[in-house]
Design a protein around this ligand. Structure first.
Ligand code: HEC
Length: 108
């Protein structure tokens, strides 16, 4: 129920509302993304406030494989594997929530 007592099902975009648990997870995930992925991907993958969003629409399994195994090539321009030292498993759910919010990850 909205603050004024009306029962609109959901607030229109741009109308202030309390952040949900999912909002907080996505925000935390953005922080993880900026720390762990942002050095390489900030310019490639814009922030939610930027114009172009990636929408590569991978499954969560494919995304986790890319993160933990890297791209499997040894070239200097390839993505390295990112281990639990740099990205603890406990931070993975927030990161995936952020990646879902930009449609980099979708459900199959
Ligand atoms: C050291 C730099 C570096 C870091 C850190 C890094 N990436 Fe990458 N990533 C790359 C490069 C370079 C490519 C493209 C070439 C390749 O696939 O190896 C890439 C490719 C990808 C792709 C495949 C995109 C496509 O269209 O095929 C995904 C998905 C991805 N990265 C996700 C992530 C996520 C999520 C993180 C953070 C957990 C991350 N990367 C961290 C350098 C990095």
């Amino acid at each position: 129920m909205a603050r004024d007592g009306s029962t609109a099902p959901s607030a229109p975009v741009g109308v202030a509302r309390e952040p949900t648990a999912l909002d907080r997870e996505v925000t935390a995930g953005l922080g993880v993304f900026m720390r762990v992925c942002g050095t390489c991907h900030e310019a490639m993958w814009r922030l939610p406030t930027g114009g172009h969003l990636p929408r590569i629409r991978w499954t969560e399994a494919a995304m986790r494989r890319q993160i933990r195994a890297g791209s499997g090539r040894s070239s200097a321009s390839a993505m390295p594997a990112i281990d639990a030292g740099r990205l603890p498993e406990s931070e993975m759910p927030a990161l995936i929530a952020y990646l879902r919010s930009i449609e980099a990850v979708v459900s199959p």
